[in-house]
Design a protein around this ligand. Structure first.
Ligand code: PRP
Length: 183
């Protein structure tokens, strides 16, 4: 018997690698126009945003700097409170900087809503959000997201940085996880 492939665990490809790259190129053109003449700090939220950051940033023609944060909620019971723990903080001082947070997905919106407040309190000149994916039906709090790639249904999606139990991040497409994997 052969070893299981990732494709065995997928019920449907939602977005192909090509669709994702086309969209990131389109968003990069908008960002380049909006931020012309300004210094932008791209902040990726680990780990899911790694692929989005790598591909989006390489579509940008202008100078940028890049930083990373790692955050996690305190646990299932407190997740709805939106309390977030910083596991890795920024290396750079964002006071007076134009910050663009780069995310793979907005699900409940709790992570971003906390991050937006946190960055504003550090004195950033501006803070905007770019998210490849957004699940409108899962959102618990409104998040002002200036650049959105795709609104998607409230399915369990994996790939292109998104995980299930830390796996599937290396899938090139975004896909729906087959129920047999988690049921
Ligand atoms: C995911 C994603 C966002 C967050 C969105 O990260 O990358 O940061 O969840 O969810 P929310 O809108 O409900 O707050 P996760 O905590 O799964 O960590 P990971 O990026 O390391 O996979």
């Amino acid at each position: 018997m052969r070893a299981a492939d990732i494709s065995d665990d997928i019920s449907e490809v939602l977005l192909t690698e090509e669709q994702i790259h086309d969209k990131l190129a389109e968003l990069a053109a908008q960002v380049a126009a909006d931020y012309a003449g300004r210094d932008v700090v791209l902040v990726g939220v680990l780990k899911g945003a790694v692929m989005v950051m790598a591909d989006f940033a390489r579509h940008l023609p202008m100078h940028i700097t890049m930083d990373w944060m790692a955050v996690s909620s305190y646990g299932a019971s407190t997740r709805s409170s939106g309390v977030v723990q910083i596991r890795k903080d920024l290396d750079t001082d964002i006071t007076g900087k134009d910050v663009l947070i780069v995310e793979d997905i907005i699900d409940s919106g709790l992570t971003l809503s906390w991050l937006l407040e946190n960055f504003a309190s550090r004195g950033a000149a501006s803070v905007e959000v770019l998210a490849l994916l957004r699940k409108p039906d899962a959102m618990k709090v409104e998040v002002d997201c200036r650049y959105v790639g795709f609104d998607i249904p409230n399915d369990f999606v994996i790939g292109y940085g998104l995980d299930y139990a830390e796996k599937y991040r290396n899938l090139r497409d975004v896909a729906v996880l087959a129920p047999h994997v988690y049921s």
